[in-house]
Design a protein around this ligand. Structure first.
Ligand code: 2P0
Length: 339
């Protein structure tokens, strides 16, 4: 059998959201998106892969449960990696004929809008690329598993370029700034609920593309300038600008979800209360000190600077006295995964 390759990959939290595909098969987005990659110690996926001559079929185990390998995206990733291995002659045909066994675990709730598929697929394709000894753009492989996964391949601040080519060859992720660039940037995750969401992101965005007029406006008129402006804010470490764009983009993304027919409702009452508290806090401070952003779920991700962490944690504990100690999930820094 082969060596066992084990890889960890962190989640990423988008500040300019990806929502809507121009190609469902190749997973090509309608717009560029931007994210920050978190520290692997806090929220990450860990995946081990090996190839063996003595197993009858490909196997995948997720969080200790054996799942069906009959999953198109999973098969697309494996097939593409084996295709490249054949072209590059990086391993022999006998090795390519062996089945694979994949074990993957998350240290955070799966499918609760916490970017679990992003970390999972980033890990999986990186591990398989090492197993088959191929040399290629890993973000392109990760994208075949899940769009947002292509951003988890890099540390720091990352941009996923939508690209214009029909074959997706220019739809790749690149690093805007490495993890050392903004060392006092922090993220706090407020876990409102860790249950599986009603409408998956893939279904939700399909429905938005088909029905939301606001999505068309967003793609053409809002996102391009926001992406440019947030890249500049990141380069200049301009927190106030970064935070303003982040909050506006989260709000517009959820407005698109509500403009979808039937609507996709991801935020809950407590999510809206968090929005209100953050705006009130920033107003009282006379400057923007914290930004919220919500993915396709009710959980809040707060971006802030290290100096403001103690005050924000105490504010959150005061405003949301909760019996659930997991409410404040973690304080994350970015990791130095600057491939
Ligand atoms: C993002 N989300 O940019 C946005 C914000 C959710 C809200 O990327 O169909 O799981 O696998 O490409 O990557 C979630 O979408 O969807 C997502 P697929 P994915 O992070």
């Amino acid at each position: 059998m082969s060596d066992i390759i084990t890889i960890t990959a962190p989640v990423n939290i988008a500040v300019i959201k990806y929502w809507g595909k121009r190609d469902e098969e190749l997973i090509l987005p309608l717009n560029d998106s931007v994210s920050a990659t978190l520290d692997t110690n806090v929220m990450c996926a860990k995946t081990s892969v090996c190839a063996r001559p003595d197993i009858n079929e490909n196997e995948i185990w997720l969080n200790k449960i054996k799942e069906s390998f009959n999953n198109k995206r999973l098969q697309n990733c494996l097939n593409e990696i084996k295709r490249i291995a054949r072209v590059q002659k990086s391993v022999d045909e006998e090795f390519l004929s062996w089945n694979v066994r994949i074990y993957s675990e998350n240290n955070f709730p799966t499918a609760a809008g916490l970017a679990s598929s992003a970390a999972g697929y980033a890990c999986l394709v990186t591990a398989l690329a090492i197993l088959y000894k191929i040399k290629t753009d890993i973000s392109t492989l990760a994208r075949l598993g899940s769009g947002s996964a292509c951003r988890s391949v890099y540390g720091g601040f990352v941009r996923w370029h939508a690209g214009v080519k029909p074959d997706g060859s220019d739809s790749i992720a690149s690093q805007i700034a490495n993890s050392l660039h903004w060392p006092d940037m922090r993220v706090i995750i407020l876990v409102v609920a860790d249950t599986k969401k009603h409408t998956s992101s893939s279904k939700g965005m399909q429905c938005s593309v088909a029905t939301s007029e606001l999505l068309q406006y967003r793609v053409l008129h809002s996102v391009p300038k926001r992406v440019d402006d947030i890249c500049t804010a990141i380069q200049k470490r301009d927190f106030a600008k970064f935070a303003e764009i982040t909050m506006k983009d989260s709000n517009q993304f959820h407005a698109v979800c509500l403009d979808t027919y039937p609507p996709c409702v991801y935020m809950r009452d407590i999510s809206h209360s968090i929005v209100e508290v953050i705006h009130r806090y920033n107003e009282i401070c006379g400057e923007v000190k914290v930004a919220y952003t919500f993915d396709a779920g009710p959980n809040a991700c707060l971006y802030l600077l290290e100096k403001d962490v103690p005050e924000i944690i105490s504010l959150i504990k005061q405003v949301f006295p909760t019996s659930n100690p997991e409410f404040i999930k973690g304080l994350s820094t970015q990791e130095s995964q600057d491939r």
